[in-house]
Design a protein around this ligand. Sequence first.
Ligand code: NAD
Length: 332
Amino acid sequence: MMQLTVIPGDGIGQEIMTQVLRVLKHVNAPFEYEEHAAGESALITHQSLLPQTTVDSINKTKLAIKGPTTTPVGGGHKSINVTMRQKFDLYANVRPVRSLPGVQCVCSDVNLTIVRENTEDLYAGIERMVDDDTAESIKRITRKGSERIARYAYELAQKTGRSQVAIVHKANIMKMSDGLFLKVAQEVGAKYPNIATRDVIVDNACMQLVTRPQQFDVIVTENLYGDILSDLCAGLVGGLGVVPGANIGEKAAIFEAVHGSAPDIAGQNKANPTALLQSAVMMLQHVNEQTKADAIMKALIAALSDVNARTGDLGGKGTTVSFTDAIIQKLG
Ligand code: NAD
C-alpha cells in the first residue's frame, strides 16, 4: 500500500473528492488515505493557506491528490499552487488533452499530452525596472532544467506507448535561450531511438494545434509556451472544466483538476467530477497501476456517453453523486 495525501480543497472540492475516492476504493487502488487541509478553508482552521501539517504529509507520502482551492483576493496571499511548485520543486507540469464523448468541443479525436517546464523561463521572476519607463524580465534557461523536462517527456512517451515527441520552441529568434532548450531536448531525444522527434516553432505549433491537433502525441516545451498551449489545448476539448493536470518533481507528485473551486455551484451536488477523476487516473498511471487506470477511464467514457448520466454542465440531468454511481456501475 502507498500513502496518499488527500487535499479536498474549497468550494466543490470536498464533493468531487468524496466521489473520486469512492471510485478509487471501488477499484481497490493501493492507497492509504491521509486527508489534509489547504486553501481558504485551511485559513480558517489552521490560519494558513498551506498548513505545515499538509506540507509534512506530502513530504512523507510524496504523492497527493488535490481539489481546487480558493486563493482569497487581497491580503497579499500567494497562490497555493505556486507555493507548492516551489516548495517541492515540481518541475514538470503535465496536461493530458483528450476529447471525450458528450463534451462539446472543437475537435473530436484529440489525444495528446503537454509536458511543460515549470520552474524556469520568464516565470522565474527575475525582473527589474531599468528606469521609470523601462522594465525587463530575464528569460533563464538551463541545461539542467531542459534536460530533466525533456527526459520526463520522453520517459512518459515511452511508458505510455506514444510514438512522437514534438519540441516546441522559438529558437529561430531566441537563439541562445531557446536554442539551448532545443539542443538539449534533441540530445535527450537521441537516446530514445524508438520515439520520433520533431521540433515545431511555437507560433506554427499554435496554428497546427488548432487546425490539425491529431498530428501531436507528446509536446515538450518551456514554461511560458507551455502555459499558453495547455489552455489552448484545453479549449480544443471542451475547456478547463474537464481536463486534468499534474505537477511532478523528484520530491513529490501532485495531481489536480485544472478548474477552480466553483463557489457558484458549491454544496449543490451539481459539480462534475470528471476532471478530478481524470487526475486520479493520471496518478494511477504514475504509480504504475495502468490496469486500474484504464478501467476507470473506460467506465468514465461509457458514463459520459450516456446523456442521462452526465452532469448539468454537459447538458445532462445527472448530479455529482448519480454520475459517479453510473461510473461505478460501468466498472462492475
Ligand atoms: P472556476 O473554475 O471555479 O469556475 C468557472 C465556471 O466553471 C463556474 O461557472 C463554475 O461553476 C464552472 N465549473 C468549474 N468547475 C466545474 C465542475 N467541476 N463542474 C461543473 N462546473 C464547473 O473559476 P473561477 O470562478 O474563476 O474561480 C473560483 C475560485 O477558484 C477562485 O478563488 C480561484 O482563485 C480558484 N481557482 C483555483 C484553481 C486551483 O486550485 N487549481 C484553479 C483556478 C481557480
